[in-house]
Design a protein around this ligand. Structure first.
Ligand code: FAD
Ligand code: SF4
Length: 512
Protein backbone atom coordinates (compact mmCIF):
# COMPACT_ATOMS: atom_id res chain seq x y z
CA UNK A 1 0.00 0.00 0.00
CA UNK A 2 1.20 3.51 -0.74
CA UNK A 3 -0.03 7.03 -0.14
CA UNK A 4 -2.76 8.13 -2.60
CA UNK A 5 -1.63 11.31 -4.36
CA UNK A 6 -5.05 12.95 -4.62
CA UNK A 7 -3.49 15.64 -6.86
CA UNK A 8 -3.39 12.95 -9.56
CA UNK A 9 -7.01 11.93 -9.02
CA UNK A 10 -9.45 13.40 -11.54
CA UNK A 11 -12.74 14.63 -10.15
CA UNK A 12 -14.25 14.44 -6.66
CA UNK A 13 -13.78 11.95 -3.83
CA UNK A 14 -16.63 10.43 -1.78
CA UNK A 15 -15.43 8.01 0.91
CA UNK A 16 -16.54 6.49 4.18
CA UNK A 17 -14.81 4.87 7.15
CA UNK A 18 -14.97 4.34 10.90
CA UNK A 19 -12.50 7.12 11.73
CA UNK A 20 -11.31 10.02 9.61
CA UNK A 21 -8.07 11.66 10.75
CA UNK A 22 -7.32 15.16 9.47
CA UNK A 23 -3.55 15.76 9.29
CA UNK A 24 -0.76 13.19 9.02
CA UNK A 25 1.87 14.65 11.39
CA UNK A 26 3.17 13.37 14.71
CA UNK A 27 -0.29 13.33 16.31
CA UNK A 28 -2.41 12.12 13.38
CA UNK A 29 -0.10 9.40 12.06
CA UNK A 30 0.28 7.76 15.46
CA UNK A 31 -3.44 7.84 16.24
CA UNK A 32 -4.35 6.51 12.77
CA UNK A 33 -1.87 3.66 13.13
CA UNK A 34 -3.11 2.61 16.56
CA UNK A 35 -6.72 2.57 15.36
CA UNK A 36 -5.90 0.72 12.14
CA UNK A 37 -3.90 -1.88 14.08
CA UNK A 38 -6.97 -2.36 16.28
CA UNK A 39 -9.02 -3.19 13.18
CA UNK A 40 -10.82 0.10 12.51
CA UNK A 41 -11.20 1.40 8.99
CA UNK A 42 -9.24 4.64 8.94
CA UNK A 43 -8.78 7.40 6.38
CA UNK A 44 -6.05 10.03 6.80
CA UNK A 45 -6.42 13.30 4.89
CA UNK A 46 -3.38 15.53 4.47
CA UNK A 47 -3.36 18.98 2.95
CA UNK A 48 0.32 18.87 1.94
CA UNK A 49 2.15 16.82 -0.65
CA UNK A 50 3.64 13.42 -0.27
CA UNK A 51 7.41 13.69 -0.71
CA UNK A 52 8.76 10.16 -0.34
CA UNK A 53 11.81 9.90 1.91
CA UNK A 54 14.09 8.88 -0.98
CA UNK A 55 13.34 12.21 -2.72
CA UNK A 56 14.54 14.43 0.16
CA UNK A 57 18.19 14.08 -0.82
CA UNK A 58 17.47 15.28 -4.35
CA UNK A 59 15.84 18.51 -3.17
CA UNK A 60 17.72 21.76 -2.58
CA UNK A 61 17.13 23.38 0.79
CA UNK A 62 15.15 26.12 -0.98
CA UNK A 63 12.96 23.46 -2.64
CA UNK A 64 12.30 21.71 0.67
CA UNK A 65 11.31 25.06 2.17
CA UNK A 66 8.72 25.53 -0.58
CA UNK A 67 7.34 22.03 -0.51
CA UNK A 68 7.58 20.87 3.10
CA UNK A 69 7.54 24.01 5.24
CA UNK A 70 4.25 25.87 5.61
CA UNK A 71 4.54 29.38 4.13
CA UNK A 72 8.12 28.55 3.12
CA UNK A 73 9.13 28.85 6.79
CA UNK A 74 8.05 32.50 7.04
CA UNK A 75 5.11 32.12 9.46
CA UNK A 76 4.94 34.66 12.27
CA UNK A 77 3.39 35.07 15.70
CA UNK A 78 3.04 38.83 16.16
CA UNK A 79 4.35 40.08 19.49
CA UNK A 80 1.93 42.07 21.65
CA UNK A 81 2.66 44.29 24.66
CA UNK A 82 6.39 44.69 23.97
CA UNK A 83 6.94 41.00 23.16
CA UNK A 84 9.22 39.78 20.40
CA UNK A 85 7.57 38.64 17.18
CA UNK A 86 8.27 34.98 16.73
CA UNK A 87 9.16 33.26 13.44
CA UNK A 88 6.84 30.27 13.79
CA UNK A 89 7.56 27.30 11.57
CA UNK A 90 5.64 24.06 11.00
CA UNK A 91 5.68 21.35 8.35
CA UNK A 92 3.06 20.63 5.70
CA UNK A 93 3.06 17.28 3.96
CA UNK A 94 2.58 13.58 4.63
CA UNK A 95 4.44 13.20 7.94
CA UNK A 96 3.79 16.83 8.95
CA UNK A 97 6.41 18.61 11.06
CA UNK A 98 7.79 15.22 12.08
CA UNK A 99 9.69 15.19 8.76
CA UNK A 100 11.53 18.39 9.68
CA UNK A 101 12.63 17.70 13.23
CA UNK A 102 16.18 17.49 14.49
CA UNK A 103 15.01 14.15 15.87
CA UNK A 104 15.25 15.23 19.50
CA UNK A 105 13.09 13.12 21.84
CA UNK A 106 12.27 13.97 25.45
CA UNK A 107 9.77 12.77 27.97
CA UNK A 108 8.04 15.52 29.94
CA UNK A 109 10.02 16.65 33.01
CA UNK A 110 8.36 15.21 36.11
CA UNK A 111 7.47 18.61 37.62
CA UNK A 112 5.37 19.30 34.52
CA UNK A 113 3.60 15.93 34.93
CA UNK A 114 2.98 16.81 38.56
CA UNK A 115 1.44 20.16 37.65
CA UNK A 116 -0.90 18.44 35.14
CA UNK A 117 -1.90 15.79 37.63
CA UNK A 118 -2.15 17.88 40.79
CA UNK A 119 -2.95 21.45 39.67
CA UNK A 120 -4.99 20.72 36.54
CA UNK A 121 -6.69 17.56 37.82
CA UNK A 122 -5.41 15.42 34.92
CA UNK A 123 -4.44 12.57 37.20
CA UNK A 124 -3.80 10.07 34.34
CA UNK A 125 -1.06 12.31 32.97
CA UNK A 126 1.40 11.58 35.78
CA UNK A 127 4.85 10.27 34.79
CA UNK A 128 3.68 6.77 35.76
CA UNK A 129 0.39 7.13 33.89
CA UNK A 130 2.11 8.17 30.64
CA UNK A 131 5.01 5.73 30.91
CA UNK A 132 3.45 2.86 28.87
CA UNK A 133 2.51 5.24 26.04
CA UNK A 134 5.99 6.77 25.92
CA UNK A 135 7.56 3.30 25.92
CA UNK A 136 5.37 2.19 23.02
CA UNK A 137 6.32 5.24 20.96
CA UNK A 138 10.02 5.06 21.85
CA UNK A 139 10.15 1.54 20.53
CA UNK A 140 8.25 2.40 17.35
CA UNK A 141 10.50 5.35 16.44
CA UNK A 142 13.74 3.86 17.76
CA UNK A 143 14.83 6.45 20.31
CA UNK A 144 18.59 6.25 20.90
CA UNK A 145 21.31 8.38 22.46
CA UNK A 146 23.56 10.44 20.18
CA UNK A 147 27.14 9.18 20.66
CA UNK A 148 29.75 11.81 21.51
CA UNK A 149 31.72 11.20 18.30
CA UNK A 150 28.75 12.50 16.31
CA UNK A 151 28.85 15.92 17.94
CA UNK A 152 29.83 18.73 15.63
CA UNK A 153 32.82 20.90 16.59
CA UNK A 154 30.28 23.66 17.19
CA UNK A 155 28.75 21.53 19.96
CA UNK A 156 32.00 20.20 21.41
CA UNK A 157 33.32 23.77 21.76
CA UNK A 158 30.17 24.70 23.65
CA UNK A 159 30.61 21.56 25.76
CA UNK A 160 34.13 22.72 26.70
CA UNK A 161 32.80 26.10 27.83
CA UNK A 162 29.85 24.52 29.64
CA UNK A 163 32.12 22.12 31.55
CA UNK A 164 34.32 25.06 32.64
CA UNK A 165 31.29 27.00 33.86
CA UNK A 166 29.81 24.01 35.68
CA UNK A 167 26.82 23.19 33.52
CA UNK A 168 28.05 20.17 31.55
CA UNK A 169 26.19 18.90 28.51
CA UNK A 170 24.32 15.61 28.27
CA UNK A 171 23.71 13.65 25.08
CA UNK A 172 20.29 14.08 23.48
CA UNK A 173 18.15 11.12 22.50
CA UNK A 174 16.79 11.06 18.96
CA UNK A 175 14.50 8.90 16.81
CA UNK A 176 17.21 7.67 14.46
CA UNK A 177 18.63 4.43 13.12
CA UNK A 178 21.83 4.46 11.08
CA UNK A 179 22.33 8.24 11.23
CA UNK A 180 25.59 9.38 9.60
CA UNK A 181 25.61 12.91 11.03
CA UNK A 182 25.12 14.72 7.72
CA UNK A 183 23.19 17.45 9.57
CA UNK A 184 20.35 17.93 7.06
CA UNK A 185 17.53 16.84 9.38
CA UNK A 186 15.43 20.01 9.07
CA UNK A 187 14.94 19.50 5.33
CA UNK A 188 13.95 15.84 5.54
CA UNK A 189 16.49 13.10 6.15
CA UNK A 190 18.07 12.04 2.84
CA UNK A 191 19.17 8.69 4.31
CA UNK A 192 15.87 7.53 5.82
CA UNK A 193 17.73 7.39 9.12
CA UNK A 194 15.42 9.73 11.01
CA UNK A 195 12.34 7.71 11.82
CA UNK A 196 9.74 10.40 11.30
CA UNK A 197 6.13 9.20 11.31
CA UNK A 198 5.95 8.86 7.52
CA UNK A 199 8.58 6.10 7.89
CA UNK A 200 7.87 4.65 11.32
CA UNK A 201 4.08 4.79 11.65
CA UNK A 202 2.19 5.41 8.39
CA UNK A 203 3.52 2.32 6.56
CA UNK A 204 2.22 0.21 9.47
CA UNK A 205 -1.13 2.01 9.32
CA UNK A 206 -1.41 1.33 5.58
CA UNK A 207 -0.36 -2.30 6.02
CA UNK A 208 -3.25 -2.61 8.49
CA UNK A 209 -5.66 -1.20 5.89
CA UNK A 210 -5.65 2.57 6.55
CA UNK A 211 -5.81 4.81 3.50
CA UNK A 212 -3.71 7.96 3.39
CA UNK A 213 -4.50 10.77 0.93
CA UNK A 214 -2.17 13.71 0.28
CA UNK A 215 -3.31 17.02 -1.30
CA UNK A 216 -6.66 16.99 0.53
CA UNK A 217 -7.60 20.10 2.50
CA UNK A 218 -10.41 19.60 5.02
CA UNK A 219 -12.40 22.81 5.34
CA UNK A 220 -15.34 21.71 7.46
CA UNK A 221 -16.38 19.10 10.00
CA UNK A 222 -20.04 18.28 9.40
CA UNK A 223 -22.06 17.99 12.60
CA UNK A 224 -25.48 18.37 14.12
CA UNK A 225 -26.43 18.52 17.80
CA UNK A 226 -22.88 17.69 18.91
CA UNK A 227 -22.57 14.66 16.67
CA UNK A 228 -20.24 14.73 13.67
CA UNK A 229 -21.09 12.79 10.51
CA UNK A 230 -17.87 13.40 8.58
CA UNK A 231 -15.81 16.06 6.86
CA UNK A 232 -15.71 17.96 3.59
CA UNK A 233 -13.04 19.86 1.76
CA UNK A 234 -11.15 20.43 -1.47
CA UNK A 235 -8.66 18.42 -3.49
CA UNK A 236 -5.59 20.11 -4.94
CA UNK A 237 -6.04 18.45 -8.31
CA UNK A 238 -6.49 21.51 -10.53
CA UNK A 239 -3.82 22.99 -12.82
CA UNK A 240 -0.83 24.22 -10.78
CA UNK A 241 -2.14 22.26 -7.76
CA UNK A 242 -5.08 24.65 -7.37
CA UNK A 243 -8.16 23.31 -5.52
CA UNK A 244 -10.58 21.75 -7.99
CA UNK A 245 -12.26 18.53 -6.86
CA UNK A 246 -14.57 18.26 -3.88
CA UNK A 247 -13.95 15.89 -1.02
CA UNK A 248 -16.44 14.28 1.33
CA UNK A 249 -15.74 11.57 3.89
CA UNK A 250 -18.45 10.09 6.09
CA UNK A 251 -17.16 8.77 9.39
CA UNK A 252 -18.36 7.67 12.80
CA UNK A 253 -15.50 9.44 14.54
CA UNK A 254 -13.69 12.59 13.38
CA UNK A 255 -10.21 13.41 14.67
CA UNK A 256 -8.52 16.75 14.09
CA UNK A 257 -4.72 16.38 13.99
CA UNK A 258 -3.97 19.57 12.07
CA UNK A 259 -1.39 20.78 14.61
CA UNK A 260 -1.44 23.59 17.18
CA UNK A 261 -2.08 26.29 14.58
CA UNK A 262 -4.62 24.67 12.26
CA UNK A 263 -6.79 22.56 14.57
CA UNK A 264 -8.25 25.80 16.04
CA UNK A 265 -8.80 27.15 12.51
CA UNK A 266 -10.71 24.04 11.45
CA UNK A 267 -12.80 23.87 14.62
CA UNK A 268 -13.65 27.56 14.40
CA UNK A 269 -14.57 27.44 10.72
CA UNK A 270 -16.72 24.37 11.40
CA UNK A 271 -18.73 26.21 14.05
CA UNK A 272 -17.33 24.02 16.83
CA UNK A 273 -15.83 26.84 18.89
CA UNK A 274 -18.80 28.66 20.42
CA UNK A 275 -18.88 31.89 22.41
CA UNK A 276 -16.38 31.80 25.31
CA UNK A 277 -14.67 28.70 23.91
CA UNK A 278 -11.01 28.16 24.77
CA UNK A 279 -10.19 26.98 21.27
CA UNK A 280 -7.32 29.01 19.84
CA UNK A 281 -6.38 30.38 23.30
CA UNK A 282 -3.52 29.38 25.65
CA UNK A 283 -0.87 29.09 22.92
CA UNK A 284 2.65 28.40 24.17
CA UNK A 285 5.65 28.33 21.83
CA UNK A 286 8.95 27.63 23.60
CA UNK A 287 10.47 30.86 22.24
CA UNK A 288 13.98 30.07 21.03
CA UNK A 289 17.14 32.08 20.35
CA UNK A 290 20.44 31.36 18.62
CA UNK A 291 23.84 32.74 19.46
CA UNK A 292 26.62 32.55 16.86
CA UNK A 293 30.24 32.57 18.07
CA UNK A 294 33.34 33.12 15.93
CA UNK A 295 36.48 31.14 16.77
CA UNK A 296 40.06 31.44 15.55
CA UNK A 297 39.97 27.79 14.44
CA UNK A 298 37.82 26.40 11.65
CA UNK A 299 34.69 24.97 13.25
CA UNK A 300 32.81 23.60 10.20
CA UNK A 301 29.76 23.15 12.40
CA UNK A 302 27.86 21.42 9.60
CA UNK A 303 29.83 18.21 10.13
CA UNK A 304 27.95 16.22 12.77
CA UNK A 305 24.46 15.61 14.08
CA UNK A 306 22.69 18.96 14.25
CA UNK A 307 21.14 18.44 17.71
CA UNK A 308 23.38 16.17 19.75
CA UNK A 309 23.65 17.60 23.28
CA UNK A 310 21.84 19.83 25.76
CA UNK A 311 21.92 21.05 29.33
CA UNK A 312 18.93 21.12 31.61
CA UNK A 313 21.00 22.67 34.37
CA UNK A 314 18.82 25.80 34.20
CA UNK A 315 15.46 24.02 34.30
CA UNK A 316 14.68 25.86 37.56
CA UNK A 317 15.19 29.14 35.66
CA UNK A 318 12.75 27.84 33.04
CA UNK A 319 15.21 27.56 30.19
CA UNK A 320 17.10 24.92 28.28
CA UNK A 321 20.26 25.18 26.17
CA UNK A 322 20.34 22.87 23.15
CA UNK A 323 22.87 22.29 20.39
CA UNK A 324 21.77 23.24 16.91
CA UNK A 325 23.54 23.91 13.67
CA UNK A 326 21.52 25.50 10.89
CA UNK A 327 22.54 25.56 7.22
CA UNK A 328 25.43 27.92 6.45
CA UNK A 329 23.17 29.84 4.02
CA UNK A 330 20.79 30.71 6.86
CA UNK A 331 23.66 31.66 9.18
CA UNK A 332 24.93 33.96 6.43
CA UNK A 333 21.53 35.63 6.17
CA UNK A 334 21.65 36.46 9.90
CA UNK A 335 25.10 38.07 9.91
CA UNK A 336 25.26 41.88 10.12
CA UNK A 337 26.73 44.55 7.90
CA UNK A 338 26.55 45.44 4.21
CA UNK A 339 29.07 45.45 1.37
CA UNK A 340 32.68 44.77 2.45
CA UNK A 341 31.73 44.54 6.15
CA UNK A 342 29.20 41.84 5.41
CA UNK A 343 31.66 40.06 3.08
CA UNK A 344 34.18 39.81 5.93
CA UNK A 345 31.49 38.21 8.12
CA UNK A 346 30.55 35.77 5.35
CA UNK A 347 34.17 34.68 4.84
CA UNK A 348 34.20 33.70 8.51
CA UNK A 349 31.21 31.33 8.26
CA UNK A 350 33.40 28.18 8.54
CA UNK A 351 34.67 29.61 11.87
CA UNK A 352 31.19 30.08 13.28
CA UNK A 353 29.73 27.90 16.03
CA UNK A 354 26.08 28.07 17.02
CA UNK A 355 24.03 27.06 20.06
CA UNK A 356 20.36 27.52 20.87
CA UNK A 357 18.32 28.32 23.96
CA UNK A 358 14.62 27.99 24.61
CA UNK A 359 12.27 29.28 27.28
CA UNK A 360 9.77 27.08 29.13
CA UNK A 361 7.16 29.77 28.57
CA UNK A 362 3.90 30.95 30.09
CA UNK A 363 2.74 32.70 26.93
CA UNK A 364 -0.03 32.99 26.19
CA UNK A 365 -0.70 33.50 22.53
CA UNK A 366 -3.88 33.28 20.48
CA UNK A 367 -4.73 31.71 17.12
CA UNK A 368 -7.53 33.39 15.14
CA UNK A 369 -8.89 32.67 11.69
CA UNK A 370 -7.33 34.86 9.01
CA UNK A 371 -8.80 36.05 5.72
CA UNK A 372 -7.05 33.36 3.67
CA UNK A 373 -5.88 29.88 4.62
CA UNK A 374 -3.40 30.85 7.33
CA UNK A 375 -4.36 31.97 10.83
CA UNK A 376 -3.44 35.23 12.55
CA UNK A 377 -1.26 34.34 15.51
CA UNK A 378 -0.40 36.74 18.32
CA UNK A 379 1.87 36.17 21.30
CA UNK A 380 2.23 38.02 24.59
CA UNK A 381 5.40 37.14 26.48
CA UNK A 382 5.07 37.17 30.27
CA UNK A 383 7.38 39.35 32.38
CA UNK A 384 9.23 36.34 33.79
CA UNK A 385 9.67 34.86 30.30
CA UNK A 386 11.38 38.08 29.24
CA UNK A 387 13.80 37.72 32.16
CA UNK A 388 14.45 34.07 31.19
CA UNK A 389 14.98 35.07 27.55
CA UNK A 390 17.73 37.59 28.36
CA UNK A 391 19.33 35.19 30.83
CA UNK A 392 19.36 32.42 28.19
CA UNK A 393 21.00 34.64 25.57
CA UNK A 394 23.67 35.97 27.93
CA UNK A 395 24.40 32.50 29.31
CA UNK A 396 24.84 31.01 25.84
CA UNK A 397 27.24 33.79 24.82
CA UNK A 398 29.24 33.51 28.07
CA UNK A 399 29.58 29.76 27.55
CA UNK A 400 31.15 30.26 24.13
CA UNK A 401 33.55 32.87 25.55
CA UNK A 402 34.57 30.35 28.22
CA UNK A 403 35.51 28.06 25.30
CA UNK A 404 37.68 30.76 23.70
CA UNK A 405 35.33 32.46 21.22
CA UNK A 406 36.67 35.73 19.76
CA UNK A 407 33.30 37.41 19.26
CA UNK A 408 29.65 36.48 19.44
CA UNK A 409 26.64 37.61 17.43
CA UNK A 410 23.69 38.11 19.73
CA UNK A 411 20.15 37.68 18.39
CA UNK A 412 19.56 41.42 18.79
CA UNK A 413 18.47 43.22 15.63
CA UNK A 414 20.85 46.05 14.73
CA UNK A 415 23.71 44.82 16.93
CA UNK A 416 27.19 43.98 15.65
CA UNK A 417 29.67 41.36 16.90
CA UNK A 418 30.79 41.75 20.55
CA UNK A 419 33.88 40.40 22.29
CA UNK A 420 33.94 39.16 25.91
CA UNK A 421 34.47 42.65 27.40
CA UNK A 422 31.86 44.03 25.02
CA UNK A 423 29.36 41.42 26.24
CA UNK A 424 30.01 42.37 29.87
CA UNK A 425 29.23 46.01 28.99
CA UNK A 426 26.35 45.27 26.58
CA UNK A 427 23.03 46.40 28.16
CA UNK A 428 21.24 43.30 26.87
CA UNK A 429 18.59 43.30 29.58
CA UNK A 430 17.64 46.88 28.66
CA UNK A 431 17.11 46.06 24.99
CA UNK A 432 13.46 46.18 23.92
CA UNK A 433 12.26 42.56 23.56
CA UNK A 434 10.77 43.60 20.21
CA UNK A 435 14.37 43.76 18.90
CA UNK A 436 15.13 40.13 19.78
CA UNK A 437 15.26 37.61 16.91
CA UNK A 438 13.11 34.79 18.14
CA UNK A 439 11.91 31.54 16.57
CA UNK A 440 9.64 28.65 17.47
CA UNK A 441 8.74 25.26 16.06
CA UNK A 442 6.50 24.18 18.93
CA UNK A 443 2.96 25.62 18.86
CA UNK A 444 1.14 23.90 21.73
CA UNK A 445 -1.95 24.16 23.91
CA UNK A 446 -4.52 25.85 21.63
CA UNK A 447 -7.09 23.15 22.37
CA UNK A 448 -5.62 22.07 25.65
CA UNK A 449 -6.73 19.07 27.63
CA UNK A 450 -8.54 19.79 30.88
CA UNK A 451 -11.34 18.91 33.22
CA UNK A 452 -13.80 21.70 32.32
CA UNK A 453 -14.82 23.56 29.16
CA UNK A 454 -14.36 26.86 31.02
CA UNK A 455 -10.57 26.58 30.74
CA UNK A 456 -9.81 23.84 28.19
CA UNK A 457 -10.67 22.66 24.67
CA UNK A 458 -10.90 18.87 25.08
CA UNK A 459 -11.63 16.55 27.99
CA UNK A 460 -9.08 14.17 29.51
CA UNK A 461 -9.81 11.64 26.73
CA UNK A 462 -9.12 14.13 23.93
CA UNK A 463 -12.82 14.59 23.07
CA UNK A 464 -13.90 18.09 22.12
CA UNK A 465 -16.20 19.55 24.76
CA UNK A 466 -19.82 19.64 23.62
CA UNK A 467 -19.43 16.86 21.06
CA UNK A 468 -19.95 13.10 21.14
CA UNK A 469 -17.45 12.01 18.54
CA UNK A 470 -15.01 14.79 17.61
CA UNK A 471 -11.51 14.25 19.01
CA UNK A 472 -8.26 16.19 18.82
CA UNK A 473 -4.86 14.49 18.76
CA UNK A 474 -1.91 16.79 18.08
CA UNK A 475 0.18 19.52 19.73
CA UNK A 476 -2.90 21.59 20.49
CA UNK A 477 -4.06 19.23 23.29
CA UNK A 478 -0.83 19.53 25.32
CA UNK A 479 -2.04 21.03 28.63
CA UNK A 480 0.87 23.45 29.13
CA UNK A 481 4.30 24.43 27.92
CA UNK A 482 6.72 21.51 28.40
CA UNK A 483 10.16 23.09 28.55
CA UNK A 484 11.43 20.27 26.30
CA UNK A 485 10.91 19.43 22.62
CA UNK A 486 7.38 18.07 22.22
CA UNK A 487 7.20 15.41 19.48
CA UNK A 488 7.52 12.38 21.77
CA UNK A 489 4.86 13.72 24.14
CA UNK A 490 2.47 14.48 21.27
CA UNK A 491 2.92 10.91 20.02
CA UNK A 492 2.45 9.43 23.50
CA UNK A 493 -0.71 11.49 24.04
CA UNK A 494 -2.06 10.38 20.64
CA UNK A 495 -1.43 6.75 21.55
CA UNK A 496 -3.46 7.32 24.70
CA UNK A 497 -6.27 9.17 22.87
CA UNK A 498 -6.48 6.29 20.34
CA UNK A 499 -6.96 3.92 23.25
CA UNK A 500 -9.75 6.14 24.64
CA UNK A 501 -11.48 6.20 21.24
CA UNK A 502 -11.36 2.39 21.12
CA UNK A 503 -12.92 2.31 24.61
CA UNK A 504 -15.63 4.81 23.69
CA UNK A 505 -16.43 3.18 20.34
CA UNK A 506 -16.09 -0.55 20.81
CA UNK A 507 -16.20 -2.61 17.67
CA UNK A 508 -19.93 -3.30 17.66
CA UNK A 509 -20.68 0.44 17.95
CA UNK A 510 -18.06 1.51 15.42
CA UNK A 511 -19.58 -0.94 12.95
CA UNK A 512 -23.17 0.02 13.72
C1 FAD B 1 11.97 22.60 11.82
C2 FAD B 1 11.39 21.84 12.98
C3 FAD B 1 12.22 21.14 13.83
C4 FAD B 1 11.67 20.44 14.93
N1 FAD B 1 12.49 19.68 15.71
C5 FAD B 1 11.96 18.96 16.74
C6 FAD B 1 12.76 18.07 17.50
O1 FAD B 1 13.95 17.90 17.24
N2 FAD B 1 12.17 17.40 18.52
C7 FAD B 1 10.84 17.56 18.83
O2 FAD B 1 10.37 16.97 19.80
N3 FAD B 1 10.05 18.37 18.11
C8 FAD B 1 10.58 19.05 17.06
N4 FAD B 1 9.77 19.83 16.28
C9 FAD B 1 8.33 19.94 16.66
C10 FAD B 1 7.54 18.72 16.21
O3 FAD B 1 7.85 18.39 14.88
C11 FAD B 1 6.06 19.05 16.33
O4 FAD B 1 5.79 19.46 17.66
C12 FAD B 1 5.14 17.90 16.01
O5 FAD B 1 5.48 17.27 14.79
C13 FAD B 1 3.72 18.45 15.92
O6 FAD B 1 2.83 17.39 15.65
P1 FAD B 1 1.32 17.73 15.27
O7 FAD B 1 0.64 16.45 15.00
O8 FAD B 1 0.78 18.66 16.30
O9 FAD B 1 1.39 18.62 13.95
P2 FAD B 1 2.17 18.44 12.58
O10 FAD B 1 3.22 17.37 12.70
O11 FAD B 1 2.62 19.80 12.18
O12 FAD B 1 1.07 17.88 11.58
C14 FAD B 1 -0.08 18.58 11.19
C15 FAD B 1 -0.41 18.19 9.75
O13 FAD B 1 -1.77 18.54 9.49
C16 FAD B 1 -1.87 19.04 8.19
N5 FAD B 1 -3.08 19.88 8.13
C17 FAD B 1 -3.31 21.04 8.78
N6 FAD B 1 -4.55 21.48 8.53
C18 FAD B 1 -5.12 20.59 7.68
C19 FAD B 1 -6.41 20.51 7.07
N7 FAD B 1 -7.35 21.43 7.31
N8 FAD B 1 -6.66 19.46 6.23
C20 FAD B 1 -5.72 18.50 6.01
N9 FAD B 1 -4.47 18.53 6.58
C21 FAD B 1 -4.19 19.56 7.42
C22 FAD B 1 -0.58 19.83 8.02
O14 FAD B 1 -0.29 20.06 6.65
C23 FAD B 1 0.43 18.94 8.72
O15 FAD B 1 1.04 18.04 7.83
C24 FAD B 1 10.27 20.50 15.17
C25 FAD B 1 9.43 21.20 14.29
C26 FAD B 1 9.97 21.86 13.20
C27 FAD B 1 9.04 22.60 12.27
S1 SF4 C 1 22.04 13.88 10.59
FE1 SF4 C 1 21.64 13.30 8.42
S2 SF4 C 1 21.43 11.02 8.48
FE2 SF4 C 1 21.27 11.75 10.61
S3 SF4 C 1 19.04 11.98 10.92
FE3 SF4 C 1 19.81 14.01 10.32
S4 SF4 C 1 19.55 14.08 8.10
FE4 SF4 C 1 19.38 11.92 8.70
Amino acid sequence: MTVHHASKHAGDLELSCDVVVIGSGAGGAVLATELALAGRSVIVLEEGRHVPAEVHGRMRDSQSLRHLWRDGGLGMAFGLGGSPSVNLTVGRGVGGSSMLTGGVCFRVPEDVNDAWAKEMGLSDLSAKGLDPYYSRVEEAVHVEEVPEHMRSRSTSLFAEGAAKLGHPLEPTRRNTKGCNGCGRCNFGCPHQAKLSVDLSYLPRAMAAGAEVFSDCLVTHIEHENGRASGVRGRIFNGPGRKPKGRLRVQAKVVVSSCGGLHTPVLLKSSGLAGFGSQIGENLTLHPGFRVFARFEEEVRGWDGAMQSAFTNHFHHERLMLMSIFIPASIIAAQLPGAGPNNRRELEAVPHIACFGAMVHDDGPGTVRRGIGREPIVTYRMSARDKVAMFRAIRLTAETYFAAGAKVVHLPVLGSGPVDADGLARFPLEQVSPTKIECGSQHPLGTCRMGTAAAWSGVNANGRLWGTENVYVADGSVIPSSLGVNPQLTIMAMSTRIAERILDAFPRHRAQA
